[in-house]
Design a binder for this molecule. Sequence first.
Ligand code: B30
Ligand code: ZN
Length: 269
Amino acid sequence: AVLGWGYRASDQRRWAVLHPACGGRQQSPIAIAARQAIPISIPAMELVGYQNPLPGPLTINNNGHSVALTIPKYSSEEEKKGFRLPYIFGGPLDNEYEIESFHFHWGDKNNRGSEHTLNDMRLPLEMHIIHRNKKYRSLAEALQHPDGLCVLAFFYQVVEFDAKLLTPIVKNLSAVENFNTSMQLPHTFSLSSILSGLDTERFYTYKGSLTTPPCAEAVTWVIFSDYLPISVFQMDNFRGLLSNQNLPLVDNFRQLQPLFGRRVFVRIT
Ligand code: B30
Ligand code: ZN
């Protein structure tokens, strides 16, 4: 949008003026409560190609409201050689969804930062891995369909010991301190390496939206209940980034949205 948008409560209340979907009835994030989720027997999520190195060069971008990594598409030459982007299926999904990008939401303090809450808790960091339904050819097209995207959400917990999973990303954050800056990462890595040790068997799922403008109601959310570890030192690297108003880029999470009768499911393990 012309004037952009911000995360202050007074700014968030105005998102729907320029982006009407932000005022809809299937918005994200929401409060997730184990006791209120409906247990269902559904398949595990299958994360295909997550163990392969992501195609390079990976670009890291401070867009003023988050730090995002975009995944380059393989060329037709590379596709002929059999290279494929990571994709997912299973869980609540009826189709295959291919990775697009991933980014983070975090707080100024360790007691906040995540967009979804889990049993009334806010975690200090939440990672979103965005996948596009393969039946749609672009992100823009996918955003126009209720089954357009699947976002995998991962919570982080601050630990005392050295947590190194996010090192390939965190050690480059200082290079994109200012908003509207990007750089190519010197080394690619696999998604499995940043998810190492995570139990993917147990997750919540519900139908929602992008948590930022344009707030398209196109997202099947899959939210893992297991936590990934991050150190205080690594959290401080996120907090050193600058926003589109040249202020510390922190607390980039949206307020909780009403359920309006939607159901939240939890997978039976
Ligand atoms: S989220 O996972 O629900 N937080 C988008 C994707 C996922 C989420 C939020 C937004 C998205 O695709 N937004 C439209 C594209 N963006 C570019 C971008 O990725 O950075 C355009 C924009 O908003 O102006 Cu920010
Ligand atoms: Zn997000």
